[in-house]
Design a protein around this ligand. Structure first.
Ligand SMILES: Cc1ncc(COP(=O)(O)O)c(C=O)c1O
Length: 480
């Protein structure tokens, strides 16, 4: 017991000394310490002083089944007793093969060739390289540039950052990046604002994409798109017709389509892949985050036969091969966690059950729709988002009020959103809706009481649970 106490002693302070926290201005941690989490289970995170918080954004959108799902834990324990790790060049193992087979089957065979990496950004690196290399192998080395959408987020390694349109993350590295061509994508909010339908908005965006493709197709490898929703860009949702048009245009102009489903995949939008809403398949598809149920780092790039075959060489030429590798590519533990997660999703018909869960949560959140101070309330599968009209400070006031009620969220600027773990019973669904509504009402009341002075986040901070600062306010602009 004594040893455990020492281990957990002043974690926030010690962390500040030795850990360079992601997406954080470290100078702020003295006044706004991070929260120490000592254990987790289901949707709950537990703090060092016995507090517990509902993980309302699934720990950066990863833990689909909640924390420490017993079947994923059991599978991992079993795997630890069999095979911890072996390199995937020259070797293979059951978890990687079973995962590849399951994912290929989920695409109906359309994307049957899996490459593994450890995180979302690394998956993008693979997809970008595979696309440009495939064109090179087909005798078109001039096709190496990319198109992405305004406001896109694809990760923060240099290649991924080159197709990320978020100045907060990319501006400091501008000189290191290969710039992509940028097209303004569809946004249901703009459609509502300008009085046209979401489908018309999708068609307009497709026309803009076509204008770029028609001029640049000769130098383009791929169009990179987050299907149905641009997540870190502010939960920007759009009509699936855009994806059908992307497929058509990419075929017509001989450009690959890379679908980044790192945020929207694994059932988050209601179908396992978001592209299923549109009934089309990309040439390359990236998955990560939820694929292991959030338990271990893993990402996957799924490629079509056509992309894969362009790398084959009857003369065994190594130059045509995709040599990209990471030491831990296809780690057996991570692959086993992913297989276990897919089994739970399938056996328990989780996505089907999510329909009822989503309806119930939406019912609880319904009062938000009519609140002055809230705009653009929207939902996609198990994702809800809305804007705080008074701005990012108001969103942070909601965050603080939610936290005092035991709900952890992390707004994106003035966008407040929920992306909860899937496995919630009726009571938790109701609690989630009611708690967020109460937090918003409190924040709005506080803003009104401030009479134009803005939201007094400091007041909320002082009364925060456990007396610690608001971890979420640190690096509040970070996104996922
Ligand atoms: C759509 C999308 N792509 C890529 C990434 C990068 O993933 P990672 O943070 O694992 O590198 C993210 C992360 O939020 C994302 O939302």
């Amino acid at each position: 017991m004594k040893q455990a106490d020492n281990r957990n002693h002043d974690l926030p302070g010690r962390s500040r000394q030795v850990i360079w926290h992601p997406c954080t201005q470290m100078s702020r941690l003295e006044h706004e310490p991070v929260l120490a989490v000592t254990r987790a289970g289901g949707p709950w995170l537990y703090g060092e002083n016995g507090e517990r918080w509902f993980d309302g954004i699934s720990s950066w959108w990863t833990c689909l089944l909640g924390h420490r799902h017993p079947e994923v834990v059991a599978a991992l324990k079993d795997q630890l007793d069999r095979l911890d790790h072996v390199m995937l060049a020259g070797f293979t193992h059951a978890p990687a093969v079973e995962l590849g087979e399951r994912l290929a089957a989920l695409t109906g065979g359309a994307l049957g060739h899996a490459s593994f990496a450890s995180d979302g950004a690394s998956a993008l690196e693979i997809a970008l390289k595979q696309s440009a290399h495939a064109w090179r192998n087909r005798g078109l080395p001039g096709k190496y540039r990319f198109v992405c959408l305004e406001g896109s987020y694809h990760g923060e390694t240099l290649g991924a950052l080159g197709v990320t349109q978020q100045p907060l993350f990319s501006e400091s590295y501008r000189l290191l990046l290969r710039e992509a061509l940028v097209v303004s994508g569809p946004d249901d909010r703009r459609a509502a604002c300008e009085g046209h339908t979401a489908e018309q908005e999708a068609l307009r965006a497709a026309a803009r994409l076509e204008a770029t493709l028609s001029l640049h197709a000769h130098e383009l490898a791929a169009v990179v798109v987050e299907p149905l929703m641009q997540g870190a860009g502010g939960m920007v949702m759009y009509h699936p017709e855009f994806l059908r048009r992307v497929r058509e245009l990419c075929d017509r102009y001989q450009v690959h389509w890379i679908a980044d489903e790192i945020a929207t995949g694994c059932g988050r939008t209601g179908s396992f892949f978001a592209v299923e809403h549109a009934g089309v398949w990309p040439d390359l598809l990236c998955l990560s985050k939820g694929i292991t149920g959030g338990m271990l780092p893993l990402s996957v790039v799924l490629a079509s036969d056509s992309v894969f075959e362009s790398f084959l060489d009857p003369d065994l030429g190594i130059g045509r091969a995709f040599l990209h590798s990471h030491s831990f590519t296809g780690n057996p533990l991570a692959c086993r966690a992913a297989v276990a997660t897919l089994k739970v999703l399938e056996r328990d018909q989780v996505l089907l059950a999510n329909r009822a869960r989503a309806q119930r949560i939406a019912l609880g959140l319904a009062p938000l729709r009519s609140l002055a101070g809230i705009s653009d309330f929207r939902q996609l599968g198990m994702i809800w988002a809305f804007e705080m009209a008074a701005g990012a400070q108001a969103a942070r006031a909601v965050q603080a009020a939610a936290r005092r009620r035991g709900l952890m969220i992390r707004p994106l600027g003035n966008t407040v959103y929920l992306m909860p773990p899937f496995l919630l019973d009726d009571d938790l669904c109701d609690w989630l809706g009611q708690t967020l509504c109460a937090a918003v009402e409190e924040a709005l009341a506080l803003g009104a009481a401030g009479q134009g002075a803005g939201f007094d986040v400091g007041a909320l901070r002082a009364s925060a649970v456990g007396g610690t600062g608001i971890a979420g306010a640190v690096g509040e602009e970070r996104l996922a």
